[in-house]
Design a protein around this ligand. Structure first.
Ligand code: HEC
Length: 199
């Protein structure tokens, strides 16, 4: 390194301004200077506002506001893809990492939790207890006949159409025999009301 470039480097470190950097670049034509960290001086601040999802339905969202730079793009989790919109929708409950990147490529991330909203409704309460008594012995985490594990309550909601077909319309579930009408009604009433956690 020649004397000139050493001076320049000092100027850059102590002054730490774009101007100093530009001056350095010009005067040190013989010895290239490492590119400055364009992101070091920035204070990018993320405010991520989650909206809860109703339990078992993927209708949560995260709204992102950022200050400290400009031309931001937004990404959800490290596996995501950067996009222009600052809102992510159709999210299930859980912990997410939001990433933001400014026009110069400076990136920042923050963790945010999408909570679970809503309380369990009376029809789904009845449905759960029916499935516990009539179906769970053959549909649980160790024995999931036909791929159905009803120990996870969200699986009851997710598979409600097949449950109705087998246990109400066809009457082929439980395997041991058709349900009495009063129990078929528990299934039908819940599904007719919307078949959600809150029903
Ligand atoms: C005695 C064991 C047993 C009980 C009790 C039982 N099932 Fe099943 N179920 C099975 C077996 C075995 C299969 C896989 C073979 C088949 O599809 O018939 C199955 C498959 C299923 C499937 C997946 C196949 C499809 O058609 O999509 C659904 C849904 C289902 N059962 C619903 C229920 C419901 C609802 C109940 C309670 C009302 C119930 N089962 C009770 C044994 C049982």
């Amino acid at each position: 390194m020649n004397k000139n470039s050493t001076n320049c480097l000092s100027i850059f470190i102590f002054a730490f301004t774009i101007t100093a950097f530009a001056a350095c670049s010009k005067s040190s034509s013989s010895t290239p200077i490492l590119p400055a960290d364009m992101c070091a001086g920035k204070t990018i601040l993320i405010t991520a506002t989650p909206e809860a999802t109703q339990h078992c339905s993927n209708d949560g969202s995260i709204n992102i506001a950022v200050i400290g730079s400009s031309n931001f793009t937004y990404k959800l989790n490290s596996s995501g893809t950067y996009q222009a919109a600052s809102k992510f929708t159709d999210l299930s409950e859980g912990v997410y990492t939001v990433f933001v990147k400014d026009g110069a490529g400076c990136e920042k991330s923050a963790a945010v939790t999408v909570g679970s909203g809503g309380t369990i409704g009376p029809l789904f309460t009845g449905m759960k207890s029916l499935v516990n008594t009539r179906c769970k012995s053959c549909h649980n985490s160790t024995l999931a006949n036909g791929g159905m594990n009803f120990e996870i309550e969200c699986n009851i909601i997710k598979n409600k159409t097949r449950i109705k077909v087998r246990a109400v319309d066809e009457g082929t579930m439980p395997q041991s025999g058709t349900l009495p009408q009063s129990e078929k009604d528990i299934i039908s009433n819940w599904i007719n009301a919307g078949g959600t956690y809150a029903n």
